[in-house]
Design a protein around this ligand. Structure first.
Ligand SMILES: [Zn+2]
Ligand SMILES: [Zn+2]
Length: 906
């Protein structure tokens, strides 16, 4: 692309323009929100982990919320759009090790770097609400909230088999272990298992509400809700008691009570109290229990287990069935005991085959099932579907569902709901996190750090292979708050997901010194209206944040806020140019810094927002970047030329040409201005709707079309200055949320007051019947193109468009209502006078799948007259628009409502 000297003069220099407007916004406090604002629009992006480097995923995430926040602000909303730093965590410790510094200095330096980059991107945050989780001013409230949770009975200290990453030397939550291979989420090392005492938040107490409330979160993507449902893993079943030897009644939990007659053995988890009792008298069992407790559970086969020599009584059959201790029964799931039905459960089947236990079928496929009962051989494989009961005595013939319902009463059981969700172990044996505010005293046990001694601040960092807190002797040894004797601090720190579980509440009152947040204000400002972040947080962060919100509401720190986020969007990935995930190792990463330097922040923002809807992934494209950059320069030039009062009509442009030497021959200037005015209104309406729906790419497409129209308008005629300016102002405003710096430049050139960031959003009512009119114009232009191409007309001189007669419009009106079109039309007395022509037209319409709505003839005529200049410019021909009366009969007879007849003369 070559540029003329004049064009270069008219290009903006992003290096000069962008910092200038950033300073102007800052000066005008555009993004500040007063504490006394009432229920502002709360727009939030998941705060970043402080890696120090902004990547394209960040840029996309934060451009989405920034554009939406700016849009809402221009619509007159008070907008809360804060930013903070998720700044605790292992990578800072690793970085400190690598660079021989400490996590604090490293993190603070990263924060400064990232804040600068955010400012350079033009992201408008209320920086006075900045929250930094690694500052004692923040994390003291983690400690205080921990004590609140404890008071509410939601903190437990449990010994548990935990996931241990040998490389990170830390315990991982289940959510931090990935895939079948059980890899560490941070470093991909296969994890081990260790038994340790840990602090747990008992999120399971909220399992039911966390599950049920998902139904009401209709502003969330369905896949995220489904992932949370699966994670919580509700199982509806029943519990029933079996007599086990001399050990009395043992409760089991089952979701398949219908199969109880087929129970041929009984199984206990190694940790079950009865298994432990048996182990006391039975060496073989004792040996197995000990082995199972030490083993990595995933190393054990499903068939791993030991016969106890004991028998349980099946209450359904009265039979004595052997009791095993087997590792595949989990202590913490259900009751830790189950009856096994090898005929109808895959795991039980495998176990029974290995241990040579009876397999007894009690369910067969029902008549309407796909499987044929004769083809089912439970000796070969378990039949796990529901069906009809057999070999179940008087209950034969019941369906599985009926049996499950009836057996609860028959066997004196009870309905029960179990969850797969586990309690949340928050202890981490690492330095860079919130110290858990507990002290261990030999005499008093665990004692809370009193409020007046909060925060428990981190000691100086020391380099050690283990936990630096454990090595901080002076820090670690304190007096017991209860008895004054020598005691030891808890040296574990909190999972950093605690930090991110309530940070959105701290933004409400970030400097509050006597509480984590202002209850009254938080109750008014929450929930977050729009939350945007990555899908990788679907079950961890988003579930914990929901849990925290419910708890703080229950302990009266909030007033009736049960869910933190009303609307959730997970942005898609930004892929490398080759369509692969961007990564340093693949060499296909694009640095935001480089793009800002080369093209400016607005170009990056515009490209990203035009490339795809927020949820979709897209590949980086240099052509796309170039296109965004050119568009911004073009609109800047167009606006500048208008502002300078330069000839509104470009003399050097001939794209499309006009009929006779640059003069238009048809359509009054008023008609053209009317057309443009309607397009301006329609664009504002369309863009508004698309912004509301988070379809920024569609909104931006509308802006591009408007700018292109204004350019053609200027080329076609002397534009009406007022209309033209309104078009430019509208385009500048609609563009400003996404390209805010260029938006301000345009606004300034148009000599408008103040900042576009604070200007009013354009009025957004589409003209009446705009869609119908647009379809009419587009179809007509398409038809002219077809004729010119098909007939091979090189230089059309006159194009005549004739509108259909009134009676055809009447036929369409009847046809749209009638089930049986032809008789309905022919029974109409008015239309009978048109005889065969009316019948033929009715038949044509009857053959169509659907009949579109049309404008009445006089409005169709007016619409075509307004749009005639576009046809004229496209084909370089005179355009004549005629009513049915004006047109000659031959031509008029070919016209249909919504489809004018076309005659082209060379
Ligand atoms: Zn690891
Ligand atoms: Zn004590």
């Amino acid at each position: 692309m070559t540029t003329t000297g004049e064009e270069r003069e008219r290009a903006f220099d992003h290096g000069e323009v962008e910092p200038r407007w950033q300073a102007a916004w800052d000066e005008a406090d555009v993004f500040r929100i007063d504490d006394d604002a009432t229920d502002p629009e709360y727009v939030l992006a998941m705060f970043p982990y402080t890696s120090g480097q902004l990547h394209m995923g960040h840029v996309r995430n934060y451009t989405i919320t920034d554009a939406f926040a700016r849009f809402e602000r221009m619509r007159g909303e008070d907008v809360l759009h804060p930013m903070g730093w998720d700044s605790f965590g292992l990578p800072a410790e690793n970085a400190a090790e690598e660079r021989d510094t400490n996590p604090r200095d490293w993190t603070m330096q990263c924060i400064d770097q990232m804040r600068d980059q955010f400012v350079e991107m033009g992201f408008g945050y209320d920086w006075e609400r900045e929250v930094t989780t690694c500052e004692p001013e923040y994390y003291q409230w983690n400690q205080w909230l921990f004590k609140q949770f404890r008071e509410a009975g939601l903190v437990e200290r449990q010994g548990a088999e935990l996931n241990w990453c040998p490389s990170c030397e830390t315990v991982l939550a289940d959510e931090q272990v990935e895939g079948e291979d059980e890899l560490c989420w941070r470093c991909d090392t296969p994890i081990d298992h260790r038994e340790m005492d840990q602090w747990f938040l008992t999120i399971t107490d909220y399992a039911e509400e966390l599950l049920e409330a998902l139904d009401g979160l209709d502003g969330w993507p369905n896949n995220v809700r489904e992932m949370q449902r699966n994670w919580i893993g509700q199982q509806e079943g029943a519990s029933v008691a079996f007599e086990v030897g001399d050990y009395g009644a043992v409760d089991i939990f089952t979701t398949r009570l219908d199969t109880i007659h087929g129970a041929t053995y009984f199984s206990l988890a190694p940790g079950h109290p009865v298994a432990q009792q048996i182990a006391e008298d039975n060496d073989e069992v004792a040996e197995y229990v000990e082995m199972a407790e030490q083993a990595d559970e995933d190393d054990l086969e499903v068939t791993s287990g030991v016969f106890t020599g004991e028998y349980a009584t099946n209450p359904a059959t009265g039979e004595e069935i052997p009791v095993y201790v087997a590792d595949y029964v989990l202590t913490d799931v259900g009751t830790g005991a189950l009856y096994a039905v090898p005929a109808h459960d895959d795991r039980d089947h495998e176990f029974a085959q290995y241990h040579d236990i009876d397999i007894q079928q009690v369910v067969e496929p029902s008549d309407d099932a796909d499987a044929d009962p004769d083809d089912v051989d439970v000796q070969e494989a378990a039949y796990t579907e529901d069906g009809v009961l057999v070999n179940s005595g008087e209950f034969d013939g019941l369906t599985s569902a009926e049996a499950r319902e009836e057996f609860v009463e028959v066997f004196d059981g009870e309905h029960r709901t179990e969850y797969n969700l586990r309690d949340w172990g928050i202890s981490r044996q690492r330095y860079w996190g919130t110290p858990i505010p507990m002290i261990h005293c030999e005499d008093c046990g665990y004692v809370e750090v009193p409020d007046e001694d909060l925060p428990v601040e981190l000691p100086e960092f020391v380099h050690t292979t283990g936990n630096p807190l454990d090595a901080a002797e002076e820090w670690k040894h304190v007096d017991c708050p209860d008895c004054g004797a020598g005691a030891v601090r808890e040296t574990d720190t909190m999972d950093t997901f605690v930090d991110s579980s309530w940070y959105f509440l701290r933004y409400v009152s970030p400097d509050l010194e006597d509480a984590p947040f202002d209850t009254e204000r938080a109750s008014d400002w929450l929930p977050v209206d729009r939350y945007v972040g990555g899908i990788e947080h679907a079950v961890m962060h988003l579930l914990y944040a929901r849990f925290f919100t419910k708890v703080v509401d229950d302990v009266d720190l909030l007033d009736g806020v049960r869910e933190p986020f009303v609307n959730l969007t997970n942005q898609g990935m930004v892929l490398g140019e080759n369509g692969n995930k961007m990564s340093k190792s693949k060499g296909n990463g694009v640095s935001p810094q480089r793009i800002i330097e080369e093209y400016g922040a607005d170009t990056a923002r515009l490209f990203i927002m035009e490339a795809a809807q927020p949820e979709k992934e897209f590949a980086w494209s240099p052509e796309g970047v170039q296109s965004a950059h050119s568009f911004l320069q073009n609109i800047y030039r167009l606006t500048g030329e208008f502002a300078d009062g330069e000839a509104l009509r470009a003399s050097d442009n001939a794209s499309g040409g006009t009929a006779s030497g640059g003069e238009i021959t048809f359509g009054s200037e008023g008609e053209i201005a009317d057309y443009v005015a309607r397009e301006i209104d329609a664009t504002a309406a369309r863009a508004t709707e698309e912004y509301e729906k988070f379809r920024f790419n569609h909104a931006l497409q509308a802006v591009r079309e408007l700018v292109s129209l204004l350019r053609r308008y200027r080329e076609a005629t002397d534009p009406d200055a007022e209309t033209f300016e309104r078009g430019l102002v509208t385009a500048a405003k609609l563009l400003a949320p996404v390209a805010p710096h260029v938006g301000e430049e345009l606004w300034e050139q148009l000599e408008s007051d103040g900042l576009v960031a604070e200007a009013a959003w354009p009025n957004a009512d589409a003209p009446a019947d705009y869609d119908i009119e647009r379809r009419l114009v587009e179809n007509t232009r398409e038809d002219v193109r077809d004729i010119v191409d098909t007939v091979g007309i090189e230089d059309p001189e006159t194009i005549t468009l004739a509108v259909a007669p009134e009676w055809k419009h009447d036929v369409v009106a009847i046809a749209r209502e009638a089930d049986n079109v032809v008789p309905a039309v022919m029974q109409n007395e008015e239309l009978q006078q048109y005889g065969e022509a009316a019948a033929d037209f009715a038949k044509t319409l009857a053959g169509r799948a659907n009949i579109d709505e049309h404008l009445p003839p006089e409005r169709e005529l007016a619409a075509l007259e307004r749009a005639a200049w576009l046809v004229e410019r496209e084909f370089g021909a005179d355009v004549v628009v005629q009513s049915a009366d004006e047109a000659d009969d031959g031509l008029a007879s070919k016209a249909e409502p919504g489809r004018p007849a076309i005659d082209i003369a060379e």
